[in-house]
Design a protein around this ligand. Structure first.
Ligand code: WT7
Length: 648
């Protein structure tokens, strides 16, 4: 627990840097009122620059143009690796917790430096230039991290694609980014099962003319499908030098893009820049988790999501700590896996998602109590609202009521944590089930349906952020118009998060969930339209509508209403075929939990589907359906209720 002598700020230096501020509240107000002084000072102190910036920020929420640390030049890989290697090359940067427990491998900053540079040289030898895009389709492993940093080394823009996505989903991301090179592994290993990564890449790349090479790392060494574009990554690295001059990049050059789901259309490539992103990821990592020199930071997210980018790779490495790369699952070989790992590796901060916590609660406390978890100081949660029961269990059973529990709200677009109980003065109150307080520089606003800001407390509405911050996304790759439309047009002059929130009477924030047609399945974001598009490609499907419903473990489950074309009759195979097409077009996590074959959907006279009704039927809350008089055919609703499928 926090000692009474600890600094009022989790980051002791902040008190010296901003001497006028003696409390969290004062510093928070300073960060909002003197934004440029606040961020400019931290950027100078926390990052290594090859050229100093001339201006801190130039941002415009109307036009969606955001520039931070203008005129500055730096290299993210130098900040994440070189400067720590210079201090102590033998310090452990990564602990790769492989699928089988007890087989962990450690990679020092010195070794990471060499790996990163060798891969950078391999990329260069395949013609990858500054600004080119590189797709990475790999599970959490040292070569994946080294590949991300290798891109940063030479100024290439990486696009990590979660290694659970199907060949088609991977191909559409490669095509959208026009990636030149794909980096993958022969196979993945997860929960004792093999995952055919290379095979998926070969299938995907057959439709991607931009790709000129596939770099293949060895994970299992089993024979896998080959293609003419193959390059054995391990062999190619040995031939290359372990030194690679870092590219000098502008603050605003792109560092990476990461595809995420929106309410309509294909997933969008959310693009982040160099300096602003790195500063924000590293500062939040340090302050929210109280992660300091010598700590072992354990974020069990996959590197294919933003949590993996900011809190497995960039934040921890920029801060020079040791970061965990978790290859396995929460229940392999048994539901004690996380806690056995924490005990064996002496993890100090642990970061996971509510869905995993709820799953482990079901398996019983005995799987936690067996292990010595005294190394833990901070427990983090991210991805979806954490219910109070799960929060209490995390706090008591895992944290023994001695850890600081932080529910962290943020998004792919925000680059790093925006609302979280810490930073705040040590010992300050933490309430279960809500992220509570804005991070320095973040100014949340609650907007009414009419688009007016609700200034009082005790209000509910759309969550927006009023002021720009360095970690914010800069654009959607190749679609700046869509970027503006999605985030800056719904409430002019503000960033709209897509989430609803409550500001309680004491000013604390609680997130109520997405306000759009995005659902959150096990902490993974999914557009209902994506699932509908996939279902629509089955020859028997005339129309479908997909909604989320409350699910015990996953947070939200996926409920699909499907209308078959005339002449098609549902049979025993229909359901598995429909699931098959979703797996083929997207990924296994997108499979509907329930498929209800129906004859009609509740549409208004203008033809718009009333999703509100579909959500209520899916959730089995049909007592109060609200006004259905505007429906073209209200009898559809009775039919839906009559054929409602019991939830799994
Ligand atoms: C959406 C963003 C940020 C990393 C993981 C997900 C939901 C995220 C919380 C939280 C309530 C949360 C929101 C948000 N969300 N964290 N602590 N409490 N909801 O990133 O895939 O971009 O999803 O996840 O709905 O908009 P993402």
């Amino acid at each position: 627990m926090d000692s009474p002598t600890a600094s009022v700020f989790s980051l002791p230096e902040l008190r010296d840097i901003f001497p006028g501020c003696t409390s969290y509240e004062e510093l928070y107000n300073f960060s909002i009122n003197e934004t440029d002084v606040f961020w400019g000072t931290l950027a100078r102190l926390r990052l290594r620059w090859s050229r100093n910036f001339e201006r801190v920020s130039d941002c415009d929420m109307e036009t969606g143009l955001f520039r931070w640390f203008i005129g500055g030049q730096l290299n993210v890989s130098v900040n994440c690796v070189d400067r720590h290697k210079e201090k102590d090359a033998n310090k452990v940067a990564l602990i790769w917790e492989k699928d089988e427990p007890g087989q962990e491998e450690r990679v020092t900053y010195g070794e990471l430096y060499t790996m990163m540079n060798q891969i950078a040289n391999v990329l260069k030898s395949h013609g990858v230039l500054k600004g080119d895009r590189v797709a990475i389709y790999m599970p959490a492993c040292p070569l994946a991290v080294a590949s991300m940093l290798a891109c940063a080394r030479i100024g290439a823009v990486h696009s990590v694609v979660f290694a659970g996505f199907s060949a088609e989903a991977l191909a559409s991301r490669i095509i959208d980014a026009e990636a030149k090179v794909v980096i993958t592994a022969d196979q993945g290993v997860r929960g004792g099962k093999l995952i055919e990564l290379k095979k998926t890449v070969v299938t995907a790349v057959a439709n991607c003319p931009s790709v000129t090479a596939i770099l293949v790392a060895k994970r299992t060494g089993n024979p896998v499908v080959s293609s003419q574009l193959d390059v054995d990554l391990d062999e190619a690295m040995i031939k290359e030098s372990g030194e690679c001059e870092p590219a000098v990049l502008d603050s605003e050059d792109l560092l990476f893009m990461l595809y995420t789901s929106g309410s309509t259309g294909n997933p969008k490539g959310v693009a982040h820049s160099q300096a602003g992103y790195l500063l924000y990821a590293s500062l939040t990592h340090k302050l929210v988790f109280d992660c300091n020199e010598g700590d072992i930071f354990g974020c069990v997210a996959d590197i294919g999501w933003i949590t993996g980018h900011s809190y497995v790779v960039y934040g921890p490495l920029a801060n020079g700590v040791t970061t965990l790369l978790f290859e396995s699952t929460p229940t392999y070989p048994d539901p004690g896996r996380y806690w056995e790992t924490v005990q064996r590796l002496k993890v100090n901060q642990f970061y996971t998602a509510p869905t995993a916590i709820r799953l482990l609660i079901k398996h019983g406390d005995e799987h936690v109590e067996k292990y010595d978890l005294s190394s833990l100081r901070t427990l983090g949660s991210v991805g979806e609202p954490i219910n109070v029961e799960a929060w209490d269990w995390y706090n008591k059973v895992v944290g023994k009521e001695k850890c600081v529990v932080v529910d962290t709200w943020w998004q792919t677009e925000t680059g790093g944590i925006c609302i979280s109980p810490r930073p705040s003065a040590p010992g300050s109150e933490i309430r279960p089930g809500m992220p509570m307080r804005p991070m320095y520089g973040i100014s949340p606003a609650i907007l009414s349906e009419k688009g007016e800001e609700l200034h009082n407390n005790d209000v509910t509405g759309a969550l927006c952020l009023k002021k720009p911050w360095p970690g914010m996304a800069r654009t959607i790759y190749g679609a700046h118009g869509r970027f503006l439309e999605t985030y800056y047009r719904p409430f002019r002059g503000l960033y709209f998060t897509g989430d609803g929130a409550i500001r309680h009477s004491d000013g604390y924030y609680q997130i109520t969930g997405r306000m759009d047609d995005v659902i959150n399945v096990s902490g993974h974001r999914l557009g209902t339209a994506e699932v509908e598009n996939a279902l629509g490609q089955h020859p028997s499907v005339a129309e479908s509508a997909v909604v989320g419903y409350p699910h015990d473990i996953k947070g939200e489950g996926i409920y699909a209403y499907v209308i078959l074309k005339d002449g098609f009759v549902a049979n025993t195979k229909t359901e598995s075929e429909l699931k098959g097409i979703v797996r083929q077009k997207i990924a296994a996590y997108a499979l509907p939990d329930v498929i209800q074959i129906c004859t009609g959907l509740p549409k208004t006279r203008s033809g718009k589907i009333m999703r509100r009704i579909l959500r209520k039927v899916a959730a089995d809350q049909t007592e109060d359906l609200g006004d259905i008089s505007t429906l073209a055919d209200p009898s559809v609703v009775e039919d839906l209720i009559a054929h409602h499928r019991t939830l799994i």
